[in-house]
Design a binder for this molecule. Sequence first.
Ligand code: TYM
Length: 435
Amino acid sequence: MADAEPKTNQEQDVNPWSVAGAQNEAGEVVAIDYLALSKKWNTSLIDDAILERFEKVTGHKPHRWMRRGLFFSHRDFERILDRYEEGKPFFLYTGRGPSSGSLHLGHTIPLEFTRWLQEVFDVPLVFMLTDDEKALFNEKLTFETALEFAMENARDIIALGFDVKKTFLYSDLKYVSNHILMNAWEFSKYIPFNQVRGAFGFDGSTNIGKIFFPAVQCVAAFATSYPEIWSDEPAKTRTKEIASIPCLIPMGIDQDPYFRLLRDNAHRMRFPSPKPALIHSKFLTALQGAGGKMSSSNPNSAIFMTDTAKQIKAKINKHAFSGGQETLELQRELGGNPDIDVSYIYLTYFEEDDAKLEQLHKDYKSGALLTGELKKLAIEALQKVVADFQERRAKVTDEVLESFMKPRKLHWGGNPNPKPKADKETKDLPIQTKA
Ligand code: TYM
């Protein structure tokens, strides 16, 4: 006997351009399975051992997003902790693709985390705005408009609180030349089309700009791409010494395919850099629930950093998926499911107090807390995050923008109490091993 409904049973699909949870046999989208993703892509999970080591080495309690598994996976993060412990230099690299004039709350997660890491480690940060990527991947977007978006996004990024002494923020369309361009050309020379075709979904009709672009995003992790930031007298050519400075890249897990390509091929460069270390976040869920990410392409899925308090209230009340019961009486009697409730999920990001969060979880489950009450707490928390951000954003003048985007020597302190190891014991990041 044939089934009345065709079985969909589709696998989850996570890539740098779109994120969709799996569909079950009833055709319903289910939550992203991050453990399966980590297993499939062969990443390491952030476990208690690495959290303890982080605290011991840095003297800082891990960020609540690490404690709560929202940053859940990594590659070689422990080697960055080794470097920090020994007082050896490394840098942070992250980025944003300016697809619109404003960030949404989801984008701010890896960026705020990067800001915090910069404060904890006291190291330089390079921040790439991929206006080139966005114009190449969106047929309707001109390069001029992508550049304008990049400049608007740059103000948002500055408003997150990065330290200007240690941060170089750049637009690809303006900065990619000289050493970083030479790195991109050289890197592209070692990558056969076969290696990117499958991973990035390219085919014979793909424009050749898209095919080259991954080289640009990848080589931004090479210290040689930024001769200015290391010295008042920048190296005239790329050097082995600068190439040896490793990097840590915080990001949403969708960006991992770029950096697998990089880790597989970094050793082939004339002046090889170590494989970059990576730390991955989960996606801040769409308002509609855990099967999708907050995304600019669906405005109803996202809280934008330009939203007013009123808009935030309306979006949460109208769109935020609820794990509560249909009626107040049923909620009191049966309780709700906080783990699938979008308002509760948002509170796991923005409520600092672990004990308070646990109590909310218990109360919602038991029925002591109602859906409307939980939504109110989420609305207040998000209104505060966005209003504080908007206040800082208003203070980003043209001069401030220029000071972040000028190629120049950066100034940082690193570990104030390093414990150098005996020479031979030092575990540097691997240059030659497989990804
Ligand atoms: P973009 O602009 O798509 O995203 C910027 C950063 O935000 C993450 N992200 C999210 N994180 C949590 N929840 C969400 N809902 C969410 N949506 C997006 C992304 O994973 C990313 O970390 N090509 C890149 C720009 C880039 C980059 C990098 C990113 C260049 N170099 C190095 C990370 C690291 C892009 O278009 O990002």
